[in-house]
Design a protein around this ligand. Structure first.
Ligand code: C6P
Length: 403
């Protein structure tokens, strides 16, 4: 049993105590972006008020404080993900940039015409378009693990025949499916395929340990785990990072430069050209401290309770069909036969309720499901059972209005 005082936790988020359209804000768009606790906001203010300078460059006091804060945040990310060392953590702008980095470096160096990149039919565009660009450049071929009717992956080991890279989403942002990442990576390893896990929807919602998962790469976004926007991290297994060519060229990633050529630093710095998002990294470190203070298993259990309650409410509204399997991440996406998702989310907003409606950056999946989009409620640990009940009340009112 958890001993967390969830009401106290919620009070850490100043943004939640406001009215929208004359109603208390009901923020259920956490899969798009999470809100920030005071601890993270204060870490940013303190950094800018006391320590701000460029990192790794100056010998002065502020530069060394900024460097310590930045590298300290990297060590926190490494611990949070269960990496072997901080050298395996590259700061990025988010999940999208992490995946693009792997495609542009590991992919360009290792894939050739005819090689197979295996994805799944439930990928976010971030874990699809970078591989399409790479396939176009190299002549590699894209194949897909099908999504079954219940929203789970219809994976079979035979799909891995000839596969060089298997990249898949850990928790689907459109279906809520929690994919069995460790099993999938084990199967991929057995055929010598490299694995990349899109952790955008898992990093802040459940315990994640990259060594237990057994993946080669894991990418996530800070803004979905209570950190600022514009910061995220890519975990890469050291052995692979060492062999990968750099991506962006510039300051900070070099050992020595002549007019003709340059030699590069060891990872992770080889992949971090230019002045990084130092404050963002500090904010990410503070977010990790905050989340670890609550405990990721506690967060998972709390969110699972809210999501199950939401699914139960939704199932009772006529003409509503919830997508995805019973065992799901912290979201419930649904199709209401009596309203377009954009009309429904606009109606919800008039009642202070923030939902997301649309294709959720998974257009091919929506096409496969023959839907223009869905309406999605997504939860985080500061949401309450009472809010889920209020959401249901608003959606019942929407049914009376539209149907
Ligand atoms: N999904 C959603 O509302 P970025 O934009 O780089 O922080 O994250 C991209 C991304 C990658 N993979 C998955 C599974 C995601 O859910 C997201 C972001 C948001 O569902 C915005 S489209």
């Amino acid at each position: 049993m958890t001993s967390i005082d969830w009401a106290k936790v919620r009070a850490d988020f100043p943004i939640l105590a406001q009215q929208v359209n004359g109603k208390p804000l009901l923020y259920l768009d956490n899969a798009a972006s999470s809100q920030k606790p005071r601890a993270v906001i204060s870490a940013l203010v303190n950094y800018y008020e006391r320590d701000n300078a460029n990192v790794h460059r100056g010998l002065h006091e502020l530069s060394s404080r900024a460097t310590d804060a930045f590298e300290g945040a990297r060590a926190k990310v490494a611990r949070y993900l269960g990496a072997e060392s901080a050298e395996e953590i590259i700061f990025t702008r988010g999940t999208t940039e992490g995946i693009n980095l792997v495609a542009a470096t590991w992919g360009a160096a290792n894939l050739k015409a005819g090689d197979v990149i295996l994805l799944t039919e439930m990928e976010h565009h971030s874990n699809l378009v970078p591989w399409q660009i790479l396939a176009e450049k190299t002549g590699a071929k894209l194949c897909f693990v099908p999504v079954a009717d219940d929203g789970a992956l219809a994976f079979e080991p035979a799909l891995l025949d000839g596969v060089k890279l298997f990249a898949f989403v850990h928790v689907s942002n459109s279906l809520g499916t929690i994919n069995p990442a460790a099993d999938l990576c084990r199967a991929a390893r057995a055929v010598g395929a490299v694995t990349l896990v899109d952790g955008a929807q898992s990093a802040g919602h459940m315990p994640v340990n990259v060594r237990e998962i057994g993946c080669d790469f894991y990418a996530f976004s800070g803004h979905k785990i209570c950190a600022p926007t514009g910061i995220g991290a890519l975990y890469g297994r050291r052995e692979l990072l060492e062999k990968m060519p750099p991506w962006h060229g510039g300051g900070e990633m070099i050992v020595s430069v002549t007019y003709e050529r340059a030699t590069y630093k060891q990872p992770p710095h080889k992949f971090e050209a230019g002045t990084p998002n130092i404050a963002g990294a500090v904010g990410l470190g503070a977010a990790i401290d905050y989340i670890e203070g609550i405990g990721r298993q506690n967060i998972f259990d709390h969110d699972a309770g809210l999501t199950a309650r939401a699914v139960q409410h939704l199932a009772e509204i006529p003409g509503v069909r919830v997508l995805g399997p019973a065992k799901r991440g912290a979201l419930a996406a649904f199709h209401a036969e009596w309203a377009h998702p954009h009309d429904l989310t606009t109606f919800a907003n008039e009642h202070g309720l923030a939902l997301r409606g649309g294709h959720h950056c998974t257009q091919p999946l929506m096409r496969k499901l023959k839907m223009p989009g869905t309406t999605r409620a997504s939860f985080y640990f500061y949401n309450t059972a009472d809010e889920v009940d209020r959401m249901a009340e608003i959606l019942r009112a929407a049914h009376r209005f539209f149907a």
